[in-house]
Design a protein around this ligand. Structure first.
Ligand code: HPA
Length: 271
């Protein structure tokens, strides 16, 4: 795996991605506004990068975008990989390992998620304070490479208190409603049944989605501080469940994208 990480990062570096400080992973419907803020962008397509998976989902573009934002060098992934696409957990999280090898010091993630907390509403944001890995696999399964991180990584605080404190202050200053809660990751690709939403809510989760947790596990494995924000795209009340489709989910994500973009822009200015 180390050789593959090095080959991928050597290629990306040769394309001009020389000193990224902050990595950003953009979720479903959240990939366009943020990257427009990056000045003089260097664009590297996933399919050109050795060992990189290629996104199979239409709503996810497959590009790395690098450049200055708020005076910091940012490396953004426009499009991410999901377990439901058929990749292994190691493939899904490979880009996180590559970004760390390129030098990022912080990782900012975003996703679209179903809202199971009845005191919140779709369109609002949730800052992840914690998560439940409810996917049937783990990216750290297999022989551990001690050069990358420990066999049994601590997960007592998977999301950086430093980054989360900044985000809550920024949200307060800007008058943005930023809910704080627990995200549970499922495999998908189907959305949940009423019984499943009820079960996941009773389990202690506020939001449910199909990504983020594998990437956060790998970031923690490597000691890379990270934070994640969910855009709550659909209300998942098991006693009053309406049918949703991906187009509606993307539309709600798109409406909240400017707010999320502002939060992350300001966070980047402060770290
Ligand atoms: N469930 C799982 N993933 C999701 C949902 C959902 O309701 N909404 C957006 N991503």
């Amino acid at each position: 795996m180390i050789d593959q990480i090095n080959e991928a990062s050597d290629y990306i570096r040769k394309r001009g991605v020389t000193q990224p400080a902050i990595g950003v992973i953009l979720g479903t419907g959240l990939g366009s506004l943020f990257v427009k803020e990056i000045q003089n962008p260097v664009v590297v397509e996933y399919h050109d990068i050795p060992h990189f998976p290629v996104s199979t989902v239409e709503s996810h573009k497959g590009k790395l975008i690098y450049g200055l934002l708020q005076g910091k060098y940012v490396l953004a992934m426009q499009g991410r990989f999901h377990y439901y696409e058929g990749y292994s957990m190691q493939q899904i999280t490979f880009p996180v390992r590559v970004m760390k090898s390129l030098g990022i010091k912080h990782l900012l993630l975003s996703n679209a998620a179903g809202n199971m907390n009845l005191s919140w509403k779709k369109g609002e944001l949730m800052l992840l304070d914690d998560h439940i890995n409810f996917q049937p696999d783990n990216p750290l399964r297999g022989i551990n490479n001690d050069a990358l991180g420990p066999r049994f990584p601590d997960m007592s605080r998977p999301y950086s208190t430093y980054l989360n404190n900044h985000l809550t202050s920024i949200a307060k200053e800007q008058g943005i409603k930023l809910n704080i809660g627990v995200y549970v990751s499922v495999t998908g690709p189907n959305l949940e049944t009423r019984a499943e939403y009820r079960f996941l809510r009773n389990m202690g989760a506020d939001a449910v989605g199909m990504s983020t947790v594998p990437e956060v596990i790998v970031a923690n494995h490597m000691g890379l501080p990270c934070c994640a924000i969910s855009v709550l795209t659909d209300d998942c009340d098991p006693d009053n469940l309406k049918s949703v489709n991906i187009a509606e989910i993307i539309a709600v994500a798109g409406k909240s994208e400017p707010v999320l973009t502002n939060l992350y822009k300001e966070l980047i200015a402060r770290i």
